[in-house]
Design a protein around this ligand. Structure first.
Ligand SMILES: NC(=O)c1ccc[n+]([C@@H]2O[C@H](COP(=O)([O-])OP(=O)(O)OC[C@H]3O[C@@H](n4cnc5c(N)ncnc54)[C@H](OP(=O)(O)O)[C@@H]3O)[C@@H](O)[C@H]2O)c1
Length: 329
């Protein structure tokens, strides 16, 4: 495994992080979840990403159980707050009440004394940002949270958050946006802002939820065990990924396969490696429904793609990539 400093901070994160959205407490049984975490640790992943809201809070519990016995200082445990965890009006958002209560609940579920990076999962327009940042600052001073991050905040929201973090003297060091060959909306605004403010990118869905593995073929039924084959009532396959299940996108993705083969890589490895070529990306969070996927995708950490390869990829995907910065959030 290779490591990067997260933004301008002193915190090292593994270039590949393991995330448990949809899979833990959802798509896969607990035994498989535990084996995926074991595989992640075996390949040298130290950065683990979850959220209060994943699988109705079960994902944090499973990750906590999976990491029992692991030396706490050898991993970075990251979670988030904002999306609803209950039906009450204070069971959501970035109020002081919800942030503090939710942090304590996450610590219990994760069976840990502190969170390495605590993310605001989204921006909360209903709460004064000053209140939000002060709540985070109190958690930092109490030692319950080491660093702060934001997820899917716009460039303007990051600028405001960073100014308050500076005033409060707390380390706001990470932005967690969606980023992949197909979804590049952070490139124009969010990345330059984060560079200026010292935040690193920890990017999610580098495989566009599996679409960039090339396993979904145009005009063919989706593979039975895949995320896109969500059972009724369990929308595992997020609407953001559905947009790519069109003939023209799936056909173009098949045209990426020879580029990967030429480099002796799978398309999944090429796709994860692609996000890591951007030097603003500190870590790519991969999801996995099996330990084999963890092992396969982690190879990407050490892959260097030459400019000529990056150009070939751009050519294949021309006209299919989303760049619009207003799609952030
Ligand atoms: N901050 C946010 O708002 C936010 C939002 C979403 C995610 N996240 C974080 O990012 C993490 C990763 O997101 P993601 O799971 O969508 O990432 P992803 O890496 O784009 O997709 C992972 C899924 O792709 C499939 N896959 C992975 N490797 C494969 C391979 N080698 N061959 C075939 N299929 C493969 C698996 O699904 P199947 O096998 O089931 O098809 C796997 O669960 C999450 O766990 C979470 O921690 C954050």
């Amino acid at each position: 495994m290779e490591f990067n400093k997260l933004g301008n901070s002193g915190l090292s994160v593994s270039k590949i992080a393991y995330g448990n959205w949809i899979n833990h407490g959802g798509k896969v049984d607990e035994n498989t979840a535990i084996n995926c975490v074991k595989a992640a640790l075996d390949v040298g992943i130290t950065t683990f990403d979850t959220a209060d809201v994943y699988s109705d809070t079960k994902a944090e519990e499973i990750l906590g159980r999976s990491l029992q016995g692991i030396r706490r200082a050898s991993i970075e445990l990251c979670t988030k707050v904002c999306h609803p965890t209950g039906n009450g009006p204070n069971d959501r958002g970035l109020s002081r009440k919800h942030i503090l209560e939710n942090c304590h609940a996450s610590l219990r579920r994760l069976q840990t004394d502190y969170i390495d990076v605590y993310y605001a999962h989204r921006f909360d327009p209903t709460t004064p940002l000053e209140e939000t940042m002060l709540a985070f600052a109190d958690l930092v001073r109490q030692g319950k949270v080491l660093y702060i991050g934001v997820s899917e905040w716009t460039s303007e929201q990051i600028t405001r958050g960073a100014a308050l973090a500076r005033q409060l003297n707390i380390p706001l060091i990470a932005s967690q946006p969606q980023y992949s060959m197909l979804w590049r909306v952070i490139e124009t605004d969010v990345i330059p802002t984060c560079q200026r403010e010292g935040l690193g990118q920890v990017v999610w869905s580098p495989l566009a939820q599996g679409v960039l593995t090339g396993k979904y073929l145009p005009q063919q039924p989706v593979p039975a065990q895949s995320r896109a084959n969500s059972p009724a009532g369990k929308p595992f396959f997020n609407k953001l990924a559905q947009r790519w299940m069109t003939d023209n996108v799936l056909t173009a993705i098949q045209h990426l396969k020879p580029i990967a083969q030429e480099l002796d890589l799978s398309l999944a490895q090429l796709s994860v490696a692609w996000v890591l070529q951007n030097t603003n990306v500190s870590s790519a969070i991969i999801g996995a429904s099996s330990p084999e996927q963890v092992r396969e995708n982690t190879v990407a950490a050490s892959v260097k793609l030459e400019p000529e390869i990056m150009k070939q990829i751009d050519n294949v995907l021309e006209g299919l990539v989303e760049f619009d910065p207003s799609k952030t959030g």
